[in-house]
Design a protein around this ligand. Structure first.
Ligand code: NAD
Ligand code: MG
Length: 354
């Protein structure tokens, strides 16, 4: 029996995780949290808002599924890593922001990070622990979002609802906007760097509109392994919660004989500049990834509130990043200070842009 703490139980990942846990006799939901929705009775231990490490201390789970959105997920990520408790990680923002601190905590705790992000779950399965010199390249696929193929001029007046109409995935609003700007793939690039210990030049992003291939790994002998399937988050959620088993899910296999065409293209880095900005932040290291994430969270929230045009998101992030010092954080306090500095820089940019 594996005792699961589900953080962010009312969200898109959280609801799908509840379905997987309910259908799997070996999984037991011992704790659940939400940001603000009441969730009484959902699990023996529940919490709405507040410090999620209190809930984790109370419930002592075997695995933490972190499906909180944003930097708010960081304390729970570090709590699991420090204690060597398996971390099923959907909350990519915490790994992007904490970076080296998270890896140090993982080393101390000795537990696994089981990626829930579909591309990283796919890459994890293709890699099967074969990191290092046999791997020549990791390819993360991007659907391209609802604005694939559009020019900057065509994106000037897009509305919030247009950005929320994702072609292949149904997700929470923040990640859906990130998918429309390609900031999501930028966060995933940094996430992959930390998860798999690969230098940035070995991680490539390719646009693949149907999201059928989730990731692909090239090895030094010229072979590539790819992970295919319908875009359905229940597969990576189930894999992370039942690893190393592969439990059954209700997800159908692809019908190859019906005719399956796989299309790939290069991302348009001029129009979707947040992808390049993320790569740059990752390569600069230190707290630049943390600042990228923080500024992006502020800008996306402003866009969703109608205070910032779509193209303003990238503009705010770029300008905020140019003001921060990016020095590495020695501990959590310094990281929180770097996050805060970038948030304030981004807030200050909102007025002139809007
Ligand atoms: P969502 O907005 O649907 O749900 C977020 C959950 O977090 C909700 O339960 C909410 O109550 C809770 N929450 C929000 N703010 C909080 C706070 N400050 N403190 C505590 N709890 C808080 O988001 P989602 O789409 O489920 O995404 C969750 C995470 O998973 C994100 O990091 C996202 O990038 C990642 N992810 C999501 C998908 C997907 O298909 N939805 C795919 C890959 C990765
Ligand atoms: Mg993803």
């Amino acid at each position: 029996m594996r005792r699961v703490a589900l953080l962010g139980a009312t969200g898109s990942i959280g609801r799908q995780a509840r379905e997987i846990v309910a259908a799997q006799p070996d999984l037991e939901l011992v704790a659940a949290s939400s940001g603000s929705t009441p969730i009484d009775g959902l699990a023996p231990h529940t919490q709405v808002g507040g410090d999620l490490t209190e809930l984790l201390e109370r419930s002592q789970p075997d695995v933490v599924l972190n499906a909180v959105v944003g930097f708010a997920g960081l304390p729970a990520t570090l709590w699991a890593l420090e204690r060597g408790i398996a971390l099923a990680l959907a909350n990519k923002e915490s790994l992007v922001a904490a970076g080296e601190l998270a890896l140090t905590a993982r080393e101390r705790g000795g537990g696994p990070i089981l990626p829930v992000d579909s591309e990283h779950s796919a890459a994890f399965q293709c890699l099967e622990g074969r990191e290092g010199e046999t791997v020549s390249r990791l390819v993360l696929t991007a659907s391209g979002g609802p604005f694939r193929g559009r020019t900057r001029a065509e994106l000037e007046h897009v509305a919030v609802d247009d950005a929320l109409a994702h072609p292949t995935w149904r997700m929470g609003p923040k990640i859906t906007v990130d998918s429309a700007t390609l900031a999501n793939k930028g966060l995933e690039l940094i996430e992959a760097h930390f998860l798999f210990g690969l230098p940035y030049e070995q991680v490539e992003v390719v646009v693949h509109p149907t999201s059928t291939v989730h990731a692909l790994v090239w090895f030094r002998d010229g072979a590539a392994l790819a992970h295919l399937g319908f875009p359905d988050m229940r597969v990576p959620i189930s894999y992370a919660l039942t690893y190393p088993e592969r439990a059954a899910t209700p997800v159908e296999p692809l019908d190859l004989a019906a005719g399956l065409t796989l299309e790939f293209e290069a991302p348009d880095l001029d129009t979707f500049s947040l992808l390049g900005l993320a790569r740059e932040a990752g390569e600069r290291g230190g707290t630049y990834p943390c600042a990228f994430n923080a500024a992006n969270e502020v800008a996306v929230a402003a866009f969703l509130e109608g205070r910032l045009p779509f193209l303003g998101i990238a503009e705010v992030v770029e300008r905020a990043l140019s003001t921060v010092d990016g020095a590495p954080a020695a501990d959590l306090d310094e990281l929180v200070a770097a996050d805060d500095e970038a948030r304030r820089a981004a807030e200050a940019m909102l007025e002139p842009v809007a």
